[in-house]
Design a protein around this ligand. Structure first.
Ligand SMILES: NC(=O)c1ccc[n+]([C@@H]2O[C@H](COP(=O)([O-])OP(=O)(O)OC[C@H]3O[C@@H](n4cnc5c(N)ncnc54)[C@H](OP(=O)(O)O)[C@@H]3O)[C@@H](O)[C@H]2O)c1
Length: 249
């Protein structure tokens, strides 16, 4: 199976960044692409540019999402919508931000997958692409966001086990820093946002991530690209921190 065998794609979080780049890539490859996000105007512009079908949807609205995905009956789902609210600190997190991150990045991804799978099961083929993060694989000092993407990592590996023998492929994409609006949506405080967002390095682009998704979709039917980890050359992970505790001072 290669990309030409797939027909219809669902992309969540398509109004910006990685999701919009995926829509551009896959429409240019001749696929029918349904684009979902909350900002209708952005989606309409993308539809005018690419020919995708726009749908205004909050992925936390399970009933609306289930109806739409059931009607469309796609063979590819790109679970991309995500936020980084409460990304900087758990101790100062607004409880509503913590919930928004988990509801969007974890619960909605599970609900979207559940809603998209019946059509793939009936067809005997399909592809679930989950946008995880290096934050789901390595500690980045971000408990809330790391928890959400760690959940996506284990959801993806377990889904592979659940779906073996069905013809449905599962791919987890784990980017490092990508130049998108992610931090603008994640952090309200201007100084903190600037500190976390402006790295001074050459970040990877949404188009780079979209190309890795197209690669996974384009693999022959007997190949499952299980995980792609792509980072800026100038970013890396790991290390050990030491600092004294209050009783040691
Ligand atoms: N940027 C990075 O460095 C990076 C690194 C690793 C992984 N990621 C992951 O990549 C994915 C895409 O993020 P991005 O970097 O492209 O950020 P972005 O430019 O901020 O795009 C996020 C997209 O998610 C949508 N979204 C957010 N909440 C939604 C909701 N409740 N319902 C529907 N759509 C929703 C937004 O659309 P609306 O606001 O219009 O709804 C937007 O289209 C996320 O899962 C993120 O965690 C990003």
């Amino acid at each position: 199976m290669t990309i030409s065998d797939y027909k219809t794609v669902l992309v969540t979080g398509a109004s910006a960044g990685i999701g919009a780049a995926v829509v551009r890539d896959l429409t240019s490859r001749g696929l029918t692409v349904h684009a979902f996000a909350r900002r209708a105007e952005r989606l309409n512009d993308l539809a005018a540019e690419t020919g995708c079908t726009p749908h205004q949807l909050d992925v936390r609205d399970t009933a609306a999402m289930t109806d739409l995905f059931g009607e469309i009956g796609a063979d590819v789902l790109v679970n991309n919508a995500g936020v980084g609210r409460a990304i900087d600190s758990t101790v100062t997190a607004d409880p509503a931000d913590l919930s928004q991150t988990i509801d969007t990045n974890v619960t909605a991804v599970l609900q979207a997958t559940r809603a998209a799978l019946p059509a793939m099961m009936a067809a005997g083929r399909g592809h679930i692409i989950n946008i995880g993060s290096v934050a789901g694989l390595y500690p980045l000092s971000s408990a809330v966001y790391g928890a959400s993407k760690g959940a996506i990592h284990f959801m993806s590996t377990n889904l592979r086990l659940e779906l073996v023998g069905t013809g449905i492929r599962v791919t987890e994409i784990c980017p490092g820093r990508v130049a998108t609006e992610f931090y603008d949506a994640a952090i309200d405080d201007e100084n903190l946002r600037h500190k976390l967002k402006e790295t001074g390095i050459t970040e990877i682009t949404s188009a780079d991530v979209a190309a890795s998704i197209t690669y996974a979709l384009d693999a022959p039917w007997y190949v499952n690209v299980a995980r792609v980890e792509l980072q800026p050359l100038e970013q890396t992970y790991g290390g050990v921190n030491f600092d004294t505790a209050p009783q040691n001072q």
